[in-house]
Design a protein around this ligand. Structure first.
Ligand code: ADP
Length: 797
């Protein structure tokens, strides 16, 4: 160690990322030319060189301010040029020195340096030194226990080192410290402070290492956990394998995942399905829960999420199909074609729901099917008759035992496309009870604003119904929930005339039934007259359903004859029809063929179409009681009272005793007593029957009538004119009296009716009586005693 302090000049080397201490031998590589030049210059002199660290190791040509002021004078032990052209240097630090100046920068640094001696150890500091040495040894011990692969010899040599300087030198060499830290240590001249600083640095390092170790521990634990789970799963799989369950199960789950991935649904729904499939992995494959989930996934995956058919939208083509399938029904066909034309112009049109309203058997259902066929859509029918529970429409939550999707989703599944035509049959027969209102669920189904995300309770994820074409049917609009009715476009299909029935039978029903029974046209011929007889004498209906059944029955009988070899072909005419069909059921003489007193042909409108409703009135001596029988509703009973009051006011005109309401009992009866009848439109009929019975004037048997009356005898308009007049025509009526207020509705009346029936428009009841009653002088007929009236079933309403 030098004693005299003086500045000396020597080559200097700026080292990067390294601080060399006195008494330490280190080697490092140099790359810069000026460094090599400095080393070589020193080698050729006294081998001494000044080494100082660069503050920023990225600086290529450091200035004096880029270098730490305190460095070390070192002796070069060795210079070795490696194969990679890098110069490897081995030096030994000799003593600390301060950089005073730099004389030369090129080709290498020459610096003037001054030795920077240690402060000598003072005796009184021994205890302090002892303390800091112990502390630092302890810290190092901890350090060595954390750092992996610390040589045991090194640890023990440090533990046994009693010289503070040597201890410092060894530690500083073996503990990795940042350049700045090392430089701080180098600059510190007092050994106690230096050891203290080093102690702080090692302790910090220990702390950092400790935290690092904790973090690593945690990470390892996490990895361990996943490995553990993986291991357990593998084990589970092995066990299940042993039980012969597993492989298929896993395959099944994988298959579900693949299918879910392929579905065309929103991500939220997909996520939900994945979650369900994932649940499967966590339960035994044969458990009840697994069964429920499987069932659920199967149901969801079976739905036609991505399948749709292409619509045939050419109006001509569709018209052809509709005409081929159905006779007449022009209004319905027209409406469908309009619908399709609009679709052509605006393909994304929504919310057109057609409701076909009409009596049974007029082809509502079958035209629905035909529309689907014409448009190239899949067809499904949902019968709503008797549906009373919301879950019928919307399904049960899958947590219920045996839960299933509702009818809508089921229909879609069966249709196998997301744009089928769904026929909601008998929407008017839906009821509701305390289990929820099905019509509000249906409202959502039919509402184009809401149905693009229809949620079935079972399926849970939304299904888009906006591409479905809904067609509904009903016998009457009266029992349809008003909000539902509001959503729909009502098309009325009225009952068929005799002629229409004939055409339908000849052109559609007969060929259809021949085919259905495997007969060729040459094998069975039903003559036109025979068809008319079927219509007139074997059926009594608004539609053609029974007619079709009768034709089917003829076909079966013919098939039997042909198969048994009895006949080669069968011909049905008016002569042999009774052999096939049995005796005629309905004969024309159902209705009165001659004018009678107190018997009037009323006209009524029921859900099965229009009917002739004869009304009978009888008068007996009595006390002014009015009795009504034949299932008359309240409104009809009121009509009877109004009729009595009116007759009192005109009693004189018809020669009726003004006191009749006190002296006579009146009995009004509507035959076919079991059929409930109601409505105000029998007012004129009642009055006519009453006047006829009281005044003993017969009523013309070929006149039918309908109309409500007021107390003052005014005739008010009624509904169902088309159906009622059709019934009158069918029954062979010559004259039909209708309220003058209904004159405007006459255009809806069938032409065949208008051609064959004379219409009389009544303003007042006297107009009716003028036409309906025979023009005869009133004659006296002894009133019957009430016991002479035959018994009839009495059904009171
Ligand atoms: P609804 O649904 O109105 O009760 P359906 O559709 O069940 O009546 O019709 C009964 C039968 O009558 C079906 O076989 C149907 O094809 C046939 N039918 C009804 N109207 C016509 C028609 N205009 N043309 C051809 N067949 C018809």
């Amino acid at each position: 160690m030098k004693t005299k302090i003086e500045d000396i000049t020597m080559p200097a080397l700026a080292v990067r990322g390294l601080v060399v201490f006195p008494n330490v031998v280190v080697h490092f590589d140099v790359a810069r030319e000026m460094s090599e030049a400095a080393l070589r210059a020193a080698m050729s002199d006294n081998k001494l060189i000044f080494l100082t660290a660069q503050k920023d190791e990225h600086v290529e040509d450091p200035d004096i301010k880029d270098l730490y002021q305190v460095g070390v004078v070192a002796e070069i032990r060795q210079l070795l040029k490696g194969s990679d052209n890098v110069l490897r240097v081995l030096v030994e630090g000799k003593y600390r020195a301060k950089l005073m100046d730099i004389y030369q920068y090129e080709p290498y640094l020459i610096a003037s340096v001054r030795e920077y001696p240690e402060i000598k150890k003072i005796h009184t500091e021994e205890i302090e030194i002892e303390a800091v040495m112990r502390a630092i040894k302890q810290a190092f011990y901890q350090y060595s226990s954390i750092v992996p692969r610390m040589p045991k010899e090194l640890v023990s040599s440090i533990m046994n080192e009693n010289d503070p300087f040597k201890l410092f030198d060894t530690l500083v060499f073996n503990v990795p410290l940042a350049v700045e830290d090392k430089e701080m240590l180098l600059e510190e001249s007092h050994i106690i402070s230096r050891l203290g600083m080093l102690l702080a640095m090692i302790s910090r390092e220990v702390e950092v290492l400790d935290i690092e170790r904790h973090i690593q521990e945690r990470v390892r634990q996490q990895i361990d956990n996943t490995q553990r789970e993986y291991y357990l799963r593998a084990q589970m799989k092995a066990i299940a394998n042993q039980l012969g369950e597993d492989d298929d199960f896993q395959e099944e789950i994988d298959e579900y995942s693949e299918k879910i991935q392929a579905l065309d649904i929103d991500e939220e729904s997909r996520e939900k399905l994945f979650k369900e499939a994932d649940k499967l992995t966590k339960m035994p494959s044969s458990s009840q829960d697994a069964y429920v989930i499987r069932n659920y996934l199967d149901n969801v995956l079976e739905l036609p999420w991505n399948v749709s058919t292409k619509d045939k939208n050419d109006v001509e083509g569709v018209k052809k199909v509709l005409d081929k399938d159905h006779y007449g029904l022009d209004k319905v066909k027209e409406r469908i074609l309009e619908n399709i034309a609009v679709r052509e112009l605006k393909p994304d049109i929504k919310g057109q729901i057609i409701c076909l309203v009409g009596p049974p058997g007029v082809g509502k259902t079958s035209i629905g099917k035909s529309i689907a066929r014409a448009m190239g859509r899949k067809y499904q029918r949902i019968s709503l008759g008797g549906v009373r529970d919301e879950s019928d429409i919307r399904g049960h939550r899958k947590t219920y035992v045996g839960a299933m999707p509702g009818r809508i989703i089921n229909a879609l599944k069966l249709a196998g496309s997301k744009n089928p035509l769904i026929l909601l049959d008998e929407i008017d027969k839906m009821t509701h009870d305390m289990r929820g209102d099905p019509s509000s669920a249906l409202l959502e189904v039919l509402d184009s604003e809401q149905n693009s995300a229809f949620r079935d309770h079972y399926i849970e994820i939304p299904f888009d119904l906006s591409n479905v074409l809904f067609v509904t049917t009903a016998n009457t609009t009266q029992t349809i929930d008003p909000p539902l009715l509001d959503r729909m476009d009502i098309i009325e299909i009225t009952s068929y005339t005799r002629e229409e029935k004939f055409h339908i039978a000849k052109e559609h029903l007969v060929p259809k039934q021949l085919k259905a029974n495997g007969l060729k046209a040459s094998m069975l011929k039903i003559c036109d007259e025979a068809l008319y007889i079927l219509i007139d004498n074997y059926t009594k209906e608004a539609g053609v359903r029974t007619l079709e059944r009768k034709i089917a029955s003829i076909c079966r009988k013919a098939a039997k004859l042909i198969v048994s070899g009895e006949k080669k072909s069968v011909r049905i005419s008016e002569k042999n029809i009774e052999q096939f069909m049995g005796a005629k059921k309905y004969l024309d003489d159902d209705l009165a063929k001659k004018n009678e007193i107190g018997v009037v042909n009323g006209l009524a409108w029921t859900s099965v179409g229009g009917v002739i409703m004869p009304l009978e009135a009888s008068v007996f001596d009595g006390k002014g009681n009015i009795e009504t029988t034949g299932s008359l509703g309240d409104v009809m009973k009121e009509s009877a009272k109004i009729a009595v009051s009116y007759v009192r006011s005109v009693a004189d005109k018809y020669g009726i005793s003004g006191e009749f309401y006190k002296e006579k009992d009146i009995h009004i009866h509507a035959p076919e007593g079991a059929t409930p009848k109601d409505g105000p439109s029998a007012g004129v009929t009642m009055t006519t029957a009453l006047v006829s019975a009281l005044a003993n004037i017969p009523v013309k048997h070929d006149v039918a009538m309908t109309g409500e009356i007021t107390l003052h005898g005014k005739v008010l308009p009624i509904g169902g004119l088309r159906e009622k007049t059709m019934a009158a025509y069918k029954a062979g009526m010559k004259t039909v009296i209708i309220p003058a207020g209904n004159k405007g509705d006459l255009e809806e009346v069938d032409n065949i009716v208008k051609d064959n029936v004379q219409f009389v428009y009544a303003e007042k009841i006297s107009d009716v009586l003028d036409v309906a009653l025979e023009k005869k002088e009133p004659r006296y007929i002894k009133p019957k005693h009430r016991d002479e009236i035959p018994e009839r079933p009495v059904v009171r309403s």
